[in-house]
Design a protein around this ligand. Structure first.
Ligand code: HEC
Length: 118
């Protein structure tokens, strides 16, 4: 038993978030403007399958030029960078009004939740 516990703890990736907790963070921080459901756009585009998606690529959502012209893919690292600061600083000209999430644990949990939402 002890060996198993030790083994388990030792193999946890440093940034492993808790997707269940992240779902609550999403509800609090993002759901006013985003749905996690496929094809459902609100003020912002659907975030279904966001990890691995090209920026500004939902066909029926009316993006700002700033996000339409963004050339990156939404990896976990990119989301980390983007969501930890004001959106308008990360992507000048974006219409996403979000001041950034400065709680590192909540951010890891949130990104684990987004990663699990495919
Ligand atoms: C007040 C509304 C609002 C809130 C709150 C908000 N967003 Fe957004 N978000 C937007 C809008 C509007 C866009 C589209 C921006 C554009 O076109 O410039 C967007 C775009 C995005 C994109 C780019 C999507 C794509 O298809 O490229 C990601 C990723 C994103 N938001 C994640 C989040 C997450 C995660 C949260 C919560 C931590 C959040 N947003 C909170 C309004 C919001």
């Amino acid at each position: 038993m002890t060996g198993l516990l030790f083994y388990g703890a030792g193999t946890l990736p440093a940034l492993a978030g808790d997707a269940d907790a992240g779902k609550d963070v999403f509800k609090q921080e993002c759901s006013e403007c985003h749905s996690p459901r496929e094809g459902k756009n609100k003020k912002g585009p659907s975030l279904f399958g966001i990890v691995g998606r090209n920026a500004g690529s939902i066909g029926d959502y009316n993006y700002s030029d700033a996000l339409k012209n963004a050339k990156w893919v939404w990896t976990e690292d990119k989301l980390h960078w983007y969501l930890s600061q004001p959106a308008k600083q990360a992507n000048p000209g974006t219409k996403m009004k979000y001041p950034g999430l400065d709680n590192a644990k909540q951010l890891d949990d949130l990104i684990s939740y987004l990663q699990s939402n495919h």
